[in-house]
Design a binder for this molecule. Structure first.
Ligand code: FE2
Length: 284
């Protein structure tokens, strides 16, 4: 554990191999595949893309904090919402309250092993604001552009950690994570916020232009299935599209510190009158 924590502190990320057993991975993966068997009607299908701005204008995305909502790959749908590929390959992700609403994801999100890591990282009263099942399927699985998670889940002061669980081997070919080691030391580069211009049809905007990161600064982080990648909220990371014929499913959740921090009211994802972000230590 000491090596993992020092890697996390020095580089902004760390790999924990064999975090989940083969049977645990299978249970999570099976739950993820179930969503592909019960898709929304064609007229209600929404894509998720980090290269197209579609989600910024959609309430479907904005109101997903306390729901389990399905997002398609841009290349999986035609303009009428008809599938261009098999339904088992069509999804980009499901989010953002799996950890709260879905029994399987809830069980693993509040697992003692996650609590222990947060304890070791010094979290006093962590909460889980979001979770996602990410598909990145062969053929359609799209790239995720360079970003810091803190752009989306900003707290003052900042205390944010991502847990990224590989449910398949993540390789150079199928779109493993890439990181800039040490990039967590330079603060947040831009934020994704609720548009202060209420007249605009864009509900969400970036407050600054896209930073330019040197491609050569990124290192690949291929991992075996069952691995957990700890991601500092400030480390710059990305993933490429899936160029292989193998899937690259992952489950991911984020924790933020609740004690003596302020969760930004400008963040896209907000608790509601009926839903507070669940406490990690006080749920099981
Ligand atoms: Fe991320």
């Amino acid at each position: 554990m000491h090596d993992i924590l020092s890697h996390y502190r020095n580089d902004g990320y760390a790999i924990i191999e064999d975090f989940f057993s083969a049977s645990e991975v299978e249970e999570l993966r099976h739950a993820g595949e179930e969503f592909t068997k019960n898709l929304p009607d064609e007229s209600e299908r929404t894509i998720f893309s980090t290269t197209k701005s579609e989600q910024a204008s959609k309430n479907y995305f904005l109101e997903s904090a306390d729901k389990v909502r399905i997002f398609f790959e841009a290349d999986a749908l035609d303009e009428n919402g008809k599938l261009k590929c098999d339904s088992s390959l069509a999804l980009n992700k499901v989010g953002h309250a799996l950890h709260y609403l879905h029994p399987v994801f809830r069980k693993y999100s509040f697992d003692e092993r996650i609590k222990e890591i947060c304890f070791q990282l010094g979290y006093q009263d962590p909460v889980i604001p979001q979770s996602m099942y990410i598909y990145k399927n062969p053929g359609v699985g799209s790239e995720v552009k360079s970003h810091q998670d803190a752009s989306y889940l900003y707290t003052e002061p900042l205390a944010l950690t991502g847990f990224w669980f590989a449910l398949d081997d993540a390789t150079l070919e199928n779109g493993c994570l890439w990181m800039i080691p040490g990039s967590h030391n330079g603060g947040v580069h831009r934020r994704f916020i609720r548009n202060p211009d209420k007249e605009s049809k864009e509900l969400l905007v970036y407050d600054r232009s896209e930073p330019i990161y040197q491609k050569s600064a990124f290192v690949p982080v291929p991992v075996k299935k069952g691995s957990c990648v700890l991601i500092d909220g400030l480390v710059v990371h990305r993933s490429e599209n899936n160029k292989s014929n193998l899937p690259r499913h992952a489950y991911t959740l984020h924790v933020i510190e609740q004690q003596n921090t302020v969760y930004s009211p400008d963040n896209w994802l907000q608790p509601t009158n009926d839903y507070s972000f669940p406490s990690l230590y006080r749920n099981n």
